[in-house]
Write a protein that binds this ligand. Structure first.
Ligand code: CA
Length: 408
């Protein structure tokens, strides 16, 4: 979950698991003395807000801004990711298989959260899977330092970051999460389902009953809190979130998440289920055609908007919705994306990097994460093979270098 106004960074945050360090555009220099004065001021603010002096001192006993946070906060997205790569990465077979295993393991907790908050358990699990790969990638920035850096050296929204910092310190102070476990994204989202501290303060619940709201160490607390978040965002129990549909090839009627109509209206506009079946059922939905009328179409309901509230990007809500469907046992999308160069699975990404290394491209260690260094090598390989240099990790370059679908 990333605060409003940082929407484009959301993709980077989600794809931080894909990317090497992005290229920074640099940050405004500031005087060391200014920074120290700002930290002193932050300490006063925290104390005035009721945070103990012990926590305040421990948390803010820093002398330098967090350079990594400054670099990430000034990055510009230099590479626009096609929707099929974005979804292909976030909803690959591995995440589906891992998610089904996690749902088995945490079946009782997920069912309890579904009962108490009315939110479908597959959606709760999908948020967990996309946000942190089921708890495996929760972020490496020490929150007090990251938030203090943004408050004192960031390029704006200083008041917002100060508020998040104080909220984080309060969580440590009241014993929800130990101070030394406050690690998360550079922008302050943390825990198994990536709440920012102010949201945590407002909406986290103690779902395992130990008296603490610990979204870092307690899967139950994280899943219960996510369900609570979605419920507060307007989730309607027992209603759908999204269905895949088809439109006529030259469809030019209404579109958009907010342009909702009953399914009978969509049927009258020629929209069918992706398998060709007639639309039926209650509820109002809007039509999304993220790759135009020839690609997969989606009717999205009020519950899709609740997912969208978690992280303001339609591509993100599509990923959660589709992963939830896959976890519930539904098949992959029926309509192929309109591209002759689909993206790669995680195994194929790793293998592509191994092939680049074997072909003499120095990309460091193959780790399956496609960042600027790998993309530059891909572009160079494409050029040397007489292909247009896209720098994108797709099937074409993968096959050209000797890869076979399936990653081996
Ligand atoms: Ca707890």
């Amino acid at each position: 979950m990333i605060p409003d106004g940082m929407r484009f960074l959301t993709t980077l945050a989600v794809l931080a698991v894909v990317g090497e360090a992005p290229v920074a555009l640099g940050s405004a220099p500031a005087q060391a003395g200014d920074f120290a004065a700002c930290i002193t001021d932050l300490k006063h603010t925290a104390r005035k807000a009721g945070v103990s002096s012990a926590i305040t001192t421990q948390a803010l006993d820093i002398t330098r801004p967090d350079a990594n946070v400054l670099r990430l906060s000034t990055v510009q997205p230099e590479f626009k990711i096609p929707i099929w790569d974005y979804l292909g990465f976030l909803v690959d077979e591995q995440r589906v298989a891992d998610g089904r295993a996690m749902i088995d393991t945490h079946d009782r907790t997920l069912r309890a959260a579904e009962r108490r908050f009315g939110v479908d358990r597959y959606v709760i699990a999908a948020v967990w899977g996309v946000e942190t790969d089921y708890g495996r990638e929760a972020g490496k920035s020490f929150l007090p330092h990251a938030l203090a850096t943004l408050a004192c050296r960031g390029s704006g929204r200083s008041k917002f970051w100060r508020g998040e910092l104080v909220a984080a310190l309060k969580l440590a102070d009241r014993g929800d999460v130990p101070l030394n476990e406050l690690y998360g994204s550079w922008a302050g989202a943390f825990g198994q389902t990536q709440f920012i501290p102010s949201t945590y303060q407002r909406l986290a619940v103690d779902f395992d009953g130990d008296g603490r709201r610990d979204l870092v160490n307690s899967v139950a607390d994280a899943l219960g809190s996510t369900a609570n978040y979605l419920k507060r965002a307007g989730w309607r129990s027992g209603q759908p979130w999204m269905i895949e549909v088809k439109v006529a090839p030259h469809y030019h009627g209404p579109q958009g998440r907010n342009d909702k109509a009953p399914l009978s209206t969509w049927a009258a506009r020629g929209v069918t289920r992706a398998d060709g079946a007639l639309l039926s059922g209650g509820g109002q939905a809007g039509l999304l055609l993220p790759a135009g009328p020839s690609g997969p179409g989606f009717l999205v309901f009020r519950n899709f908007d609740a997912i969208y509230a978690y992280n303001h990007a339609e591509s993100y809500a599509l990923a959660i919705s589709h992963l939830a469907d896959r976890l519930a046992g539904y098949p992959p999308l029926r309509t192929p994306w309109p591209t002759d160069d689909p993206g790669l699975s995680r195994a194929e990404r790793l293998h592509l990097q191994q092939l680049l290394l074997a072909n003499g491209y120095d990309i460091g260690e193959a780790d399956g994460k496609i960042g600027p260094v790998t993309r530059a090598a891909i572009a160079e390989a494409e050029r040397s093979l007489g292909m247009p240099p896209t720098g994108r990790a797709g099937q074409k370059i993968y096959h050209a270098l000797g890869g076979k679908s399936g990653g081996r």
